[in-house]
Design a protein around this ligand. Structure first.
Ligand code: AMP
Length: 221
């Protein structure tokens, strides 16, 4: 099964994708996580991406394409994948279609996680991320059992440098600007499903699982 999770920053794409990937035994491919790995390793790609990320801007499409081509060359994607954070605009959607056509693959579900602005700001300004396994926590909504330590791997938690309110607003503006064409594109292809993602993570997960297990067409938009 091949699933794309769409939605603004703070919609919970990363959280949902990680849990869903474990449940469905599919690889979770997050372009944001791949970029952050490159930044922390100091790779050439990381050096080129870092400034864009810190300003809340999109990293140029060509860089992301190269990074994804490498990821899609790995054998684990033959079972399917959950794509989180890509595509971010119509050009990327078309690039993805070309890449997948070469692999003779298509997309089964594009799930739009609809989230209100107040919820986004509240979630992102309190988000904590595990530096080792990438799992997300929240100071209030989902606090770790031990302060600043990951429940799953004991890794050290940190706040992302782009989770400051000013950068969050910039990232949101970029999303609003780029996403409408993308959403229309998948709607026209009859792949788009919409889920309200304002509630807590467990409830949203149940909605996603019900959708992919039963192909609930009442959520199609
Ligand atoms: P995320 O972890 O998905 O919130 O992404 C963090 C940052 O990485 C974004 O604000 C962008 O700067 C960059 N990024 C992630 N995915 C993409 C993408 N598909 N295209 C361009 N930039 C991206």
């Amino acid at each position: 099964m091949r699933i794309i999770l769409l939605g603004p920053p703070g919609a919970g794409k990363g959280t949902q994708a990680k849990i869903l990937a474990g449940k469905l035994r599919l690889p979770h491919i997050s372009t944001g996580d791949l970029l952050r790995q490159n930044v922390s390793q100091g790779s050439e790609l990381g050096k080129q991406a870092k400034d864009f990320m810190n300003k809340g801007l999109l990293v140029p499409d060509e860089l992301i394409k190269e990074m994804l081509l490498q990821r899609f060359a790995q054998p684990d994607i033959s079972a399917g994948f959950i794509l989180d954070g890509y595509p971010r605009n119509l050009r990327q959607a078309k690039t993805l279609e070309e890449m997948l056509a070469r692999l003779k693959m298509g997309i089964d579900f594009v799930i739009d996680l609809k989230t209100s602005e107040a919820v986004i700001i509240q979630r992102l300004s309190g988000r904590l991320v595990c530096g080792a396994c990438g799992f997300n926590f929240h100071v209030k909504n989902m606090p770790p059992k031990k302060a600043m330590a990951c429940d799953h791997c004991q890794g050290q938690l940190y706040q992302r440098s782009d989770d400051k309110e000013e950068t969050i607003r910039k990232r949101l503006a970029v999303y609003v600007n780029e996403s409408s064409e993308l959403i229309e594109h998948y709607q026209a292809k009859k792949k788009l499903y919409s889920i309200c993602a304002d509630e807590d993570a467990q409830l949203v997960l149940e909605r996603i699982v019900a959708l992919v297990e039963n192909r609930n067409d009442s959520l199609k938009v």
